[in-house]
Design a protein around this ligand. Structure first.
Ligand SMILES: NC(=O)c1ccc[n+]([C@@H]2O[C@H](COP(=O)([O-])OP(=O)(O)OC[C@H]3O[C@@H](n4cnc5c(N)ncnc54)[C@H](O)[C@@H]3O)[C@@H](O)[C@H]2O)c1
Length: 263
């Protein structure tokens, strides 16, 4: 029996992101680009941040009628990123969603991890996420509109992924889950939800790089999950749409594993 206005609010309407302004870091390729593509297809406006001088060709070709703008900025540069997010706020009028997807990985045995490997990884994967969500959340609080933040963690934020040798990466991803959990509690009073997605092995340039470094990894990745295959980036679009929209209005502080049964 329909209650609480269910008939007036069909469930599919809850997945509407039309007109939402969403900041995506690492937006030029891989998962960041895929999220930009999926959300733009559903009518969102996208502000993509990445390191490249120009937007990627893929990003340039987004053609769903919404507004897209590319911003060159390093997520590890606190002040530079703040300026970029101020600019996005000015250009778009508001920030309703934030997806810090920029990330790097260094696959090297623990004792061979250099200081630079550690610092670079933490700088992008953890500091960059902290800076991005703090700058975006500040705008959402100022606007008094609420918002949704979806961090990108990893199955590496749940367990050690032997035989990969990714100590700094793993540490950064456990920390991202913790950051999302804590900030969800602090931001709830502002109607800002903070969640994270933990993808398994998704066929992006990052993963291809890991497999090129050691081709035996592909088989290990495939064997290590119940579904016995790698995933395409667009297999994360559904969970992103759920978390970015009102469909997830009572969901915050959670991590969502999308891993083909890895963990
Ligand atoms: N691909 C996977 O299997 C997988 C699995 C779990 C988690 N993830 C996570 O998903 C996110 C995206 O990964 P991906 O596979 O798409 O990687 P990718 O390497 O294909 O894309 C990452 C993007 O981030 C950008 N970037 C890197 N450093 C940056 C910086 N300092 N400032 C701004 N942009 C920067 C890169 O230029 C690139 O466009 C990462 O956080 C990664 O850890 C990926």
């Amino acid at each position: 029996m329909a209650q609480n206005g269910a008939l007036d609010n069909p469930v599919l309407n809850k997945f509407n992101v039309e007109g939402k302004n969403i900041v995506i870091t690492g937006g030029c390729r891989g998962l960041g680009f895929n999220f930009a593509h999926a959300l733009a297809q559903c009518g969102a406006n996208i502000a993509a941040i990445d390191l490249n001088e120009q937007a990627s060709e893929e990003l340039e070709k987004l053609s769903f009628g919404g507004k897209y703008k590319y911003y060159r900025s390093n997520v590890a540069d606190y002040q530079g990123l703040k300026k970029t997010i101020d600019q996005i706020h000015e250009d778009f009028g508001s920030i309703d969603g934030c997806v810090p997807a920029a990330g790097i990985i260094r696959d090297r045995p623990f004792l061979e991890h250099t200081e630079k490997d550690w610092r670079d990884t933490i700088d992008v994967n953890l500091n960059g996420v902290f800076f991005t969500i703090q700058h975006c959340a500040a705008k959402m609080v100022e606007q008094k509109t609420g918002g949704s933040i979806v961090c990108i963690a990893s199955t590496a934020g749940h367990k050690s992924l032997s035989p990969q040798t990714i100590a700094a990466y793993t540490a950064s991803k456990y920390a991202v889950r913790g950051l999302a959990k804590q900030t969800a509690h602090e931001m709830a009073k502002h109607n800002i939800r903070v969640n994270s997605i933990s993808p398994g092995t998704i066929l992006t340039d990052m993963l291809k790089g890991v497999m090129e470094q050691d081709p035996s990894r592909r088989q290990l990745f495939v064997e290590s999950c119940a579904m016995k295959r790698l995933a395409n980036p667009d297999e994360l679009s559904g969970i992103m749409l759920y978390l970015m929209s009102e469909a997830s209005s009572y969901t915050t502080g959670q991590d969502f594993l999308v891993d083909g049964g890895l963990v």
